[in-house]
Design a protein around this ligand. Structure first.
Ligand code: FES
Length: 110
């Protein structure tokens, strides 16, 4: 699938997860304090919770329900109770805009 423009990079506040829907995929986008932008699946792999309602800590996004922290780089939870990854999506920046390929990818465990 092709990359699609999502929004301007400046529209995503640092460490404030933002949810988008692309091609039926629920995707949460995070911009970290160094300006790197990540896109992973929005639905926690442990329950029906939107990770966009969670908290960013370093390079992880914590689910508010039971505290699993998902790596923004790999989608893998770093602690229980979640034990399965969420998908990750390729991101590229072009002319100050965020583009995402909505093809979900499951990464190897980190
Ligand atoms: S629903 Fe996310 S950790 Fe339980």
């Amino acid at each position: 699938m092709a990359f699609q423009r999502v929004c301007a990079a400046d529209d995503v506040q640092v460490n404030t997860p933002q949810r988008f829907e692309l091609e039926g995929e629920q995707i949460v986008v995070v911009r970290d304090s160094e300006g790197a932008i990540y896109a992973i699946g929005d639905k926690c792999s442990h329950g029906d919770i939107s990770l966009s309602e969670g908290f960013v800590e370093g390079c992880e996004l914590e689910c508010w329900a039971h505290g699993s922290k998902f790596s923004l780089k790999t989608g893998w939870p770093q602690n229980l109770p979640a034990y399965e990854p969420v998908p990750v999506y390729e991101v590229k920046l072009e002319d100050g805009d965020i583009h995402i390929d909505p093809t979900p990818t499951l990464k190897e465990q980190n």
